[in-house]
Design a protein around this ligand. Structure first.
Ligand SMILES: *Cc1c(COP(=O)(O)O)cnc(C)c1O
Length: 428
């Protein structure tokens, strides 16, 4: 490959400077256009978000916070970050917002840094039970620097066991309790979490990485009044910039800010912060609320269809349905391993996640769970009619263990997608 050099290179498009890489990105665009995306953590970032995130702000160094930078010439990025902060505070009715975390994981690390000392006890939600590793696991910052323990869901109904949370809080006296999930289909009782934390003098951190968009739209219980701090991603149900954010009470603001910078991160990413500002503005609109309503209805429609088709698929919808943008399917009654089922879905153009479930009978590393999200498809324009068709497709695909119908099922996937072009303004 020959890369052009000299001054002129700065004004050339990617396709001319690096055709090899441009071709790879083009491949990913074609994949997105032709994949029925049921990955619950993914969405479709709007063009405005992509433009902000790919803007000239990429060049700017701005260590610190608006009005207090280690660099001069920050007047424009100060205004941009202030806008993102004000929009986040207004969207979630929060006293303070920090929009600098590079990701949801960094937000969790910073909150632990802000609220406790190394060695303090931290209570999190077990990964196989639907939580996130950054809440407690030994392979992450949380478990490496804190005395962590984790709670989970009850065997009989697969709902989070609040009595276990209370009992473990009494026993371990945590400084921080995490509430929030990656793989769970129901609402949480934030009031009960608050009571448990108050009883032992713990901070409550709600990790709304997945459901922040639903909260913003007013379609999910609001954790902000109960939590000392909330962490989130901006790219899952919020559907925008790639990164994290933290909300907290005013009296914790300076500790949280100092933990993000210089505690855990270097200079902020002004281009991503600008894209977060766009995301928060969009999330305050009626159009976004309608999309989140369609997301919830879509997840319920797929769940209802799979419950109705249980006789022929053998697959069980965990907790019998969903209150959020995703559903969990237990394939153990069907006697199928989730990785094998996911490979079959992939072959017909559907993406999703396979995982281990709580009390999973499969031998690790295998699992019996499929996580199916409605977020990306609702962002693409799918509504209940299409989601019902997706539910039928899933049932047919789960039943078809020998790929006898894969050509027909692939054609149905492409037919559904053809009605909803993706990034039509982009060539290729
Ligand atoms: C996705 C997720 C995160 C991490 O977000 P990244 O941006 O991938 O680091 C943290 N917590 C929960 C509950 C998540 O689902």
């Amino acid at each position: 490959m020959s890369v052009p050099d000299g001054r002129g290179v700065f004004d050339l498009p990617l396709g001319e400077v690096d055709p090899e890489l441009a071709e790879l990105i083009g491949g990913e665009l074609r994949r997105q256009r032709t994949t029925l995306d049921l990955v619950a953590s993914e969405s479709v970032p709007p063009r405005a978000v992509l433009e902000a995130q790919g803007s000239v702000l990429t060049a700017k160094y701005a260590d610190g916070f608006p009005g207090h930078r280690d660099y001069d010439t920050c007047e424009w990025v100060d205004a941009i970050e202030s806008l993102a902060i004000e929009r986040a505070k207004s969207l979630f009715c929060a006293e303070h917002a920090n929009v600098q975390p590079y990701s949801g994981s960094n937000a969790n690390i910073a909150v632990l840094h802000a609220l406790c000392e190394p060695g303090d006890a931290v209570l999190g939600w077990d990964f196989e039970h639907g939580g996130h590793p950054t809440h407690y696991w030994s392979g992450t910052f949380a478990g490496r620097f804190h005395a962590t323990s984790s709670y989970g869901v009850r065997k009989e109904d697969r709902l989070v066991d609040m009595d276990q949370v209370a009992e473990m809080a009494e026993r371990h006296r945590p400084k921080v309790v995490f509430a929030g999930w990656s793989c769970y289909p129901r609402w949480l009782d934030f009031r009960r979490f608050r009571e448990i934390c108050d009883a032992v003098g713990a901070y409550l951190v709600v990790d709304m990485a997945h459901f922040a968009g639903l909260v913003a739209a007013g379609l999910h219980p609001d954790p902000v009044p109960y939590a000392d701090a909330c962490t989130m991603t901006v790219h899952k149900t919020l559907g925008g910039a790639r990164g994290g954010a933290i909300l907290c009470r005013a009296d914790l603001a300076s500790r949280v800010d100092a933990a993000v910078y210089p505690g855990e991160q270097g200079g902020p990413l002004p281009h991503v912060i600008a894209a977060k500002a766009v995301t928060f503005a969009l999330a305050a609109t009626d159009g976004f609320r309608a999309r989140m309503e369609a997301t919830l209805a879509g997840a319920r429609t797929m769940a209802d269809r799979l419950v109705a088709e249980r006789g022929r698929t053998g697959a069980e919808v965990v907790t019998g349905g969903t209150d959020v943008h995703q559903l969990l399917v237990d394939l153990s009654p069907a006697g199928e391993e989730a990785g094998a089922a996911l490979s079959r879905l992939n072959r017909i153009g559907i993406s999703a996640n396979a995982m281990r479930l709580a009390y999973d009978p499969a031998t690790p590393p295998h699992g019996s769970g499929l996580r199916l999200g409605a977020n990306a498809l609702a962002a693409r324009g799918f509504r209940s009619t299409e989601f019902d068709a997706v539910g039928s497709l899933l049932a047919d695909a789960l039943e078809d263990r020998v790929d006898a119908r894969s050509a027909e099922l692939s054609a149905r996937v492409q037919e559904l997608l053809a009605g909803f072009p993706l990034y039509g303004y982009l060539p290729g």
